[in-house]
Design a protein around this ligand. Sequence first.
Ligand SMILES: [Zn+2]
Length: 108
Amino acid sequence: MTEKVKIKKIVDKKTGHCCQLMAKFIDDPRIRISYYPDWRGYYLETTGIGVQLMFNCPWCGFKFPEDLSDKRAKIIKKECKIDPYDDEQAGKIPEEFKSEEWWKKREL
Ligand SMILES: [Zn+2]
């Protein structure tokens, strides 16, 4: 229940994020922080190793809700019979999984 309240805080704010600083830095191309709505995750982009999941906002301290990248892959495999990690099959992933639509619909 607490988890849902926190999620609501993220999506209901005017900025769409936990605080104005996070919104500002996500929009700034010089700062290598990204939000992936389909995974519901905030990532620090790094050179060499790709991306690193962030667990809290470095500015306001907000604890982000669970990252859904693994859950997304499992649901796509189970419901769509598609391997999301297979380059050939990845093009067949339904539109709802390319945004926050799939996890909002499932109330995750
Ligand atoms: Zn914040």
